[in-house]
Design a binder for this molecule. Structure first.
Ligand code: ASP
Ligand code: MG
Length: 422
């Protein structure tokens, strides 16, 4: 049966990373019926975002362009030697194309242009990994994700067209999977008009899940720089512990509240087919990490999810009218129009408080729209801490010396909005 492996940017950030990924593919994978999904190397997508913005605004981007080229050249020469012509030529061709597209980026629709440029990161990483796998004697077939994942024309957050995607993946991949390993780009989709789309930042996990779903895979494995899904970000909580087994439901909730270990869209396509998702460490590939599946297992220790840069906006009706359905809907509509994700909501007699990650310009827009009916106050730079499986001890731990300005508890989950930068 088919297996899917996904390697993120951190796992292939240098020549040693690519060597390690190759070893994992050879030791933990299988000689055929394996699809390897790869993200852009290291921080390449961030670098491409900056390049595109500069090109779009007709600013000088030569330094950033040279840096990105040099970064990839260093990796390829580390893998193939400085004399290797094939890898050099292949890389040069991509950078010539990138330069050409950057020159033509000035003034085009920003989001459309963004997708045509940032996707270079995944094309470069898959090119390099597949050349290296071939060098190591692996039978590998490089496939272009634009012909596998079909989306609409929502640039930067392409909406996947499931029927077309299922039939393309089956038609294009099934016959060649028997002959060897397939390598393809994460994050990338193709629109009907022939242009590239992206699935949203960090979307490669979602690509892996879609491939797993369409191929009825045996499992999907995401190789990360952490041992698996932990009960908190180890940078935030010393002594964070591994959660060895998670239900789809719990994993989906963790991503909803902001756990960044897997992309929020990853769980659904897998849960629909009961395909297990493994989150494992590329640094300790022999360890089993976390298994996410349909088991109805609940762990007992509290899990902490920390989300910074939150804004609390409170709307109080000016004419003392109560917060009825009409007022609530009006306020929520304003957030929905701006595509904002609401993290927390509290309603009292004459006011409604909304917590969201919101830019100043967007808040100004909403304020302008609703200022005639509501007095609007806001607090910036707050941290929202969600505790799943909370206990009083866990709440006390979070609160510490911090004063929470909004608290909310349900049966399993407690959310605290705090002022200080915990
Ligand atoms: N390279 C893309 C990003 O950094 C996609 C991914 O990493 O999953 O957002
Ligand atoms: Mg990435």
């Amino acid at each position: 049966m088919v297996k899917i492996f996904k390697f993120g940017g951190a796992s292939v950030k240098d020549a040693d990373g690519v060597r390690n990924a190759c070893k994992i593919i050879q030791n933990q994978g299988q000689e055929n019926n394996l699809v390897v999904v790869v993200s852009a190397m290291g921080k390449t997508t961030n670098a491409l975002e900056i390049l595109f913005e500069k090109a779009w605004q007709a600013e000088d981007y030569q330094k950033e362009f040279n840096d990105l080229k040099y970064y990839h050249e260093t990796i390829t020469s580390g893998l193939f030697g400085i004399e290797d012509v094939d890898s050099k030529d292949a890389l040069a061709r991509y950078f010539t194309r990138l330069e050409f597209q950057l020159i033509h980026s000035k003034g085009i629709d920003f989001d459309l242009g963004y997708d045509q440029i940032v996707t270079f990161g995944e094309y470069l990483s898959t090119l390099i990994l597949s050349l290296y796998l071939r060098k190591k004697g692996v039978n590998v077939n490089l496939q272009n994700a634009r012909f596998l994942i079909h989306t609409d024309m929502t640039w930067r957050e392409g909406l996947v067209q499931m029927d077309e995607t299922v039939s393309s993946i089956r038609k294009n991949l099934e016959p060649i999977l028997k002959k060897g390993i397939v390598v393809t780009q994460g994050f990338i989709g193709g629109a009907k008009n022939g242009l590239l789309t992206t699935l949203g930042r960090e979307g490669s996990d979602y690509t892996a899940a879609l491939l797993g779903h369409c191929l009825n895979a045996e499992s999907v494995t995401i190789w990360k720089d952490v041992p698996g899904v932990l009960n908190a970000d180890p940078k935030w909580l010393q002594g964070a512990v591994l959660l060895p087994i998670l239900s789809y439901q719990d994993a989906a909730e963790l991503t909803y509240y902001g756990a960044t270990v897997i992309h929020p869209k990853t769980i659904r396509p897998l849960a629909q087919k009961g395909i297990p998702l493994f989150v494992r460490s590329f640094l300790e590939p022999e360890k089993s990490g976390t298994r996410i599946g349909s088991e109805n297992i609940h762990w007992s220790e509290p899990a902490f999810i920390v989300k910074k840069k939150q804004t609390l906006v409170s709307f109080t009706s000016k004419d003392y009218s109560f917060m009825d359905e009409k007022n609530i809907t009006e306020v929520l509509h304003a957030f929905n129009r701006e595509n904002l994700k609401i993290q927390m909501l509290q309603i009292s007699a004459t006011s409604i408080s909304v917590v969201s990650e919101i830019k100043k310009e967007t808040l100004d827009l909403i304020t302008r729209h609703l200022a005639s009916q509501y007095s609007i106050l806001h607090n910036d730079n707050l941290t929202l801490i969600t505790i799943k499986n909370y206990s009083q001890e866990a709440i006390n731990f979070v609160k510490g010396a911090n004063i929470s300005i909004l608290d909310q508890r349900s049966r399993n989950t407690c959310q605290l909005l705090i002022r200080s930068d915990t």
